[in-house]
Design a protein. Structure first.
Lengths: 482, 212
């Protein structure tokens, strides 16, 4: 796009492209329009495409300490969620609230506006607020200190015309360019020809103007607070048996489950910290095979883990902490658990229970790797895909035409055939049924093999997978056809 | 009042009369074929029974014991609703070799290998897996165990509805076992010998396996 910027006509095309992108409301492509000012703070935010029938309340905190702005805005965002479920953080110092849906609840726009304003006053924060039908319109009005409530997008152009260009919070260079052109107000800016403006200021500026005037939609990401469950429980007397500990932890788990249910979220990790009088605290970490917020499942896994715990010292207090909250998908909601027949387990629950007792690495899956060396053609999988209904397409390795069957058991290391076996091989008591299958590979990584594989049958029926090393002519046993 | 005359058909229709032939002809649970018609013919319903325990006594590993179950394992993984079910292998004597399993049509994404530290842990894991109802089949390798645990495994299998297979060394052949099917694999003169020690609803005896 940069190379096209020299000709005005090309610039128009370039801008048009951007418009099209933003209207399509693709998060990735719409970013350039807003990236100048609003930086995302929390990664887990929902993308909402604002419609024209929205009303935006913008609040700017001009005195916010720059170093702590992100943290402060998150807290303010949480408190602003009292008024609307939809809050967006606009770095460096502003919040945007979508309040159309809340107007009816609070009686009138005036009442709502006053209520939100009062919230900042109570916190003794210097806040400038404004309401407008567009995100940028509201922000610009608030930055300029106009305490207005616009409801009609038709009135936007008039209201914005008076504002100084500094309220756009554009880059100082861009503002300097405008000032040198003699432009100090938004109104003057709007009167300039689009193509020229796009060429001098970059297409993003034109997009901003369009967003402010409701000519174009501007996707915003809703702020989702990053919360964790954390609750502590102190004991009156020290607890030195695990059984009592298990009983004591249940109310905490119950509250954790309630906390999660209220937020329609689940967790994949929990940590229980047990504090002792002298020793350092004991930490019991739980990893769950899938996201859950179900009390029974959390309690089961925690129980299993506690059963195997040896307390180094009596426990004075404990604290349950959740990992990051994650949204529950429809399939993980417990509502459907009942349909599958009572309290039957699901695969994630089974794996969790096994892992809680036997250890993380005692339960694993296996996968094939497209590789000619037999010992390198498979590996363990510890990250199991426990849900997902689709049957995998025929595996790539299966598509390989493998000339000879492979044994079910593979020895970890090939074993050299004993003298007795060698003799039987020569006598014909160990019959080479199939083969040779020559495998010659891996010379590039220093573990090269050059082997001739055979399927050998013993007279009494057992079948072995043996090979002859081609350089040394030694015979090895590598697997059993069980 | 004349006594009601019972015909043979009436008697046979009575639910209280247990018929050996019927038991083998129409089992209440689905069965999975062993892939060998000779063996299928000896098993009630023509295959490995589900919701029960099968015990395999081995003289040595590598006698084709897995081959007897691979067709059943591949078949029982597929369900009609398209979701593959789980297979759990507990304490196998060697590493299950993934390429071989793929060759046999097993869905690797639905296979769990469990390596417990002790025999009790292995039995516990098997009980959990069998009773969970998410596993189509659970294979367990053990050196030795007691009757009580086997009974628990059988109950778990009945509860979960999967196929439970227990591999044990041959020396346990004279111990009592609650398994529905017990078979013994030994090295023969020219080929592996398979002997059915116990078949609920069928006839025990030698089976000539390898005709190839």
């Amino acid at each position: 796009m940069k190379s096209l910027r020299h000709s005005p006509a090309a610039a128009r095309f370039a801008t048009a492209d951007l418009f099209a992108d933003a209207v399509a409301a693709q998060p990735a492509t719409a970013q350039p329009a807003t990236a100048t000012r609003s930086t995302s703070v929390s990664p887990e935010r929902h993308l909402v495409r604002p419609r024209s029938a929205r009303l935006w309340y913008a609040v700017v905190f001009p005195e916010l300490c720059e170093s702590r702005a992100a943290c402060m805005l998150q807290r303010l965002g949480v408190s602003a969620q009292r008024f609307t479920s939809w809050v967006s953080i606009e770095m460096p110092n502003a919040l945007l609230l979508e309040i159309k849906g809340s107007v009816k609840l609070f009686g009138s726009l005036d009442a709502l506006h006053a209520d939100i304003d009062a919230a900042w006053n109570r916190l003794e924060l210097c806040a400038r607020t404004a309401t407008a039908p567009t995100t940028l319109g509201a922000l610009w009005l608030a930055r300029a200190g106009k305490h207005v409530q616009l409801q009609e997008s038709g009135a936007l152009a008039g209201a914005l015309a008076d504002l100084p260009i500094a309220c756009t919070a554009w880059h100082p260079d861009r503002l300097q360019t405008l000032r040198s052109m003699g432009v100090t107000r938004i109104g003057e800016l709007l009167r300039l020809p689009r193509a020229g403006l796009a060429r001098r200021l970059g297409p993003a500026a034109v997009v901003d103007l369009d967003i402010a005037l409701a000519k174009q939609a501007a996707p915003r990401r809703a702020f989702v607070p990053r919360e964790r469950f954390r609750e502590r429980c102190d004991f009156e007397t020290e607890i030195d048996t695990v059984v009592y500990l298990q009983k004591a932890v249940h109310p905490l788990v119950e509250r954790c489950a309630l906390f999660l249910r209220q937020r329609q979220a689940g967790v994949q990790a929990l940590e229980l910290r047990l504090r002792h009088r002298v020793l350092a605290e004991t930490r019991v970490r739980l990893g769950l095979a899938s996201i859950t917020g179900e009390r029974r499942r959390l309690a089961d896994v925690l129980d299993e883990k506690l059963q195997r715990l040896e307390l180094p010292a009596p426990v004075r207090s404990m604290e349950l902490r959740s990992g990051a909250l994650q949204p529950l998908s429809a399939s993980s909601l417990d509502v459907f658990a009942g349909l599958r027949g009572g309290d039957r387990d699901t695969a994630p629950q089974l794996v969790e229970r096994l892992r809680a007792r036997l250890g993380e690495h005692a339960v694993y899956g296996v996968m094939t790797i497209a590789e000619h060396r037999p010992e390198a053609a498979w590996q363990r999988v510890h990250e199991l895909r426990l849900t997902g209904t689709q049957r995998a397409a025929p595996h790539a390795a299966a598509a390989h035409a493998q000339p000879l069957p492979r044994p079910v058991w593979l020895l970890a290391e090939p074993e050299m055939l004993r003298a007795a076996d060698l003799q039987r091989l020569q006598e014909g008591a160990l019959i080479l049924e199939e083969g040779p299958e020559r495998i010659e590979s891996g010379w590039w990584d220093g573990r090269g093999v050059a082997r001739d594989y055979y399927i050998a049958r013993q007279v009494h029926g057992a079948r072995w997978w043996i090979f002859q090393e081609r350089h040394t002519q030694d015979w090895y046993l590598h697997g059993f056809f069980a | 009042m004349p006594r009601e005359v019972s015909t043979l058909a009436d008697i046979l229709a009575d639910a209280r009369v247990w018929k050996l032939k019927d038991a083998s002809a129409a089992p209440s649970r689905p069965v999975w074929s062993t892939g060998r018609p000779v063996l299928d013919a000896c098993l009630p319903g023509g295959g490995w029974p589900t919701a029960s325990l099968v015990e395999v006594l081995l003289e040595t590993t590598g006698l084709g014991e897995i081959q007897l179950f691979l067709p059943a394992l591949a078949a029982c993984q597929c369900k009609t609703d398209g979701e593959a079910r789980w297979l759990v292998w507990i304490a196998p004597p060697h590493e299950p070799y993934a390429p071989a399993l793929v060759q046999q049509g097993i869905e690797l994404g639905r296979l769990l290998v469990v390596r417990p530290a002790s025999a009790t842990e292995a039995l516990w894991a098997a009980e959990q897996a069998l009773s969970s109802g998410v596993c189509a089949a659970v294979l367990l390798w053990l050196k030795g165990t007691d009757d009580r645990w086997l009974r628990r495994l059988k109950l778990a299998a009945e509860e979960g509805g999967g196929l439970g297979v227990l591999f044990r060394p041959e020396r346990h052949r004279f111990e009592s076992s609650p398994a529905s099917v017990r078979l013994l694999l030994t090295r023969g003169e020219h080929e592996t010998q398979l002997e059915l020690l116990k078949v609920q609803g069928g006839r025990p005896g030698h089976v000539a396996l390898d005709v190839s």
